[in-house]
Design a protein around this ligand. Structure first.
Ligand code: FHN
Length: 432
């Protein structure tokens, strides 16, 4: 029995929650930011770093087994002369996106911003010498787009991180864990204080050291002290831990686990966000032509909204700073869809009913939108189960044709023969 108790105690001490920001009570401004976040629904994820020069994704150092000191030389060739922050923000806006989350530092440890904490950064180590994060932050402010920073906890190269060193009692055997934690805290302070209007920090890499003491109490505490409304998310693939403000999912709608990342990610009660790639890669990959169609990506957005989750759609810009034309084209088409149908997405909340074989449901106030995304097997009708309200009107969202309906114990049955054909999404608008 004593042995068991000791085992449970050890487990508790080494669970991430033990080092989280215990007792965290989000500020009023943070709660407001969360609601705003849920309203925005659609964001642009950007994976950009010196790895883009090799055109083989952001893990290229690992996949091609490039020794760190050789990989570092990529900085010498990274000179994105064609980078234009306005073009990126224009593109996000045109696509109907309301926020941008960009990699300030990925697992290769290269800082894409001007930092005093390491010379391995875009201003000091590349011929480019400019700070694209500053330009992006300023442009986002100008155009009213929120900016969030992706920040990797994992570092493949720093001596104090000591990649691959076994973890004993919460710290790596080699390296200098305190020094690494302090380094991150100093960088995060820079990112929050030197860049205007930063609204979120998106952590990644926890999974590299599941048993380490990441000092989230200090890290999350510091971020919330510097900016109480800054929303923290951590792609640890677990249920949320105290101090976090949104729950991130990767390549899966909340509740699914098709990619194997979300097995332990029990859905909590924070705002949700899921991210996905436009082809199969996060960082620029010159060989990846596995482009998702406009229809697939709009469906992802709509299905996410139906589950009350935001959709963070990724591009990996090229080493010259441009976003590849295939992505620009698809994003433009998604934007055209949103121009027409945005009312059924922005500011809505999901979960009115769970996803159905025919599609999903979003809702705003006393208006419900049924998105018929899939072929309807049982003839010309859809059923919205558990529909508790008395409808005032049931119409086609596009064109406004009145649709017949009836309520029975299965829910609200809507006859959709008058619903105009649409390749992507046939939307029924119901008010009550
Ligand atoms: O290893 C990273 C990967 O490069 C990418 O950044 C994604 C984005 O969600 N997250 C990690 C894998 O979980």
């Amino acid at each position: 029995m004593r042995k068991l108790l000791r085992f449970i105690l050890i487990l508790l001490c080494f669970s991430p929650a033990a080092w989280a920001q215990q007792g965290y009570k989000p500020s009023e401004s943070n709660l407001k930011a969360r609601e705003h976040f849920k309203d925005m629904k659609f964001g642009l994820f950007i994976h950009w770093g010196i790895y883009s020069t090799l055109g083989d994704g952001e893990w290229v150092m690992d996949t091609r087994k490039i020794p760190y000191n050789d990989y570092k030389r990529l900085a010498d060739f990274f000179n994105p002369q064609a980078f234009n922050a306005k073009e990126w923000v224009d593109l996000a806006k045109r696509a109907g996106m309301k926020y941008i989350t960009v990699t300030s530092r990925h697992h290769d440890g290269f800082s894409m911003f001007d930092t005093k904490q390491s010379d391995y950064n875009i201003v000091k180590a590349t011929p480019y010498k400019r700070d694209p994060m500053k330009e992006l932050a300023e442009e986002c402010q100008k155009q009213g787009i929120e900016l969030r920073f992706y920040y990797s906890l994992l570092d493949w190269g720093r001596a104090d991180y000591a990649f691959k060193s076994p973890i004993v009692n919460g710290v790596p055997e080699k390296g200098d864990w305190n020094s690494y934690i302090n380094f991150m805290k100093a960088q995060l302070t820079e990112l929050i204080t030197n860049y205007p209007g930063v609204k979120g920090i998106w952590f990644d890499g926890h999974w590299d050291r599941k048993n380490a003491n990441w000092h989230y109490d200090e890290i999350y505490g510091l971020i919330h002290k510097l900016g109480p409304d800054i929303m923290i998310g951590n792609n640890h693939h677990l249920a949320p831990i105290p101090g976090e403000d949104f729950q991130a999912f990767e390549k899966d709608l909340p509740g699914n686990n098709k990619t194997g990342f979300s097995g332990d990610a029990k859905i909590g009660d924070l705002p949700l966000e899921t991210c996905e790639t436009m082809n199969g890669s996060w960082g620029f990959n010159i060989n990846d032509r596995n482009y998702k169609s406009v229809k697939e990506l709009v469906h992802y957005l709509v299905n996410a909204a139906g589950l009350d989750a935001n959709f963070l759609l990724n591009v990996g810009p090229m080493p010259n700073g441009k976003i590849q034309p295939e992505f620009v084209d698809t994003l433009g088409k998604i934007g055209a869809w949103i121009d027409k149908n945005g009312e059924t997405i922005y500011g809505t909340r999901g979960y009115l009913v769970k996803a159905q074989a025919w599609g999903t449901v979003t809702a705003k106030g006393k208006t419900v939108y049924a998105h018929v995304l899939n072929p309807v097997k049982d003839g010309n009708q859809i059923v919205i189960p558990d529909f508790k309200f008395k409808p005032k009107s049931v119409t086609a969202f596009n064109g406004g044709a009145k649709l017949k309906y009836k309520k029975d114990k299965s829910g609200l049955i809507v006859y959709i023969d008058q619903l105009p054909a649409d390749e992507i999404d046939r939307i029924v608008k119901i008010t009550y």
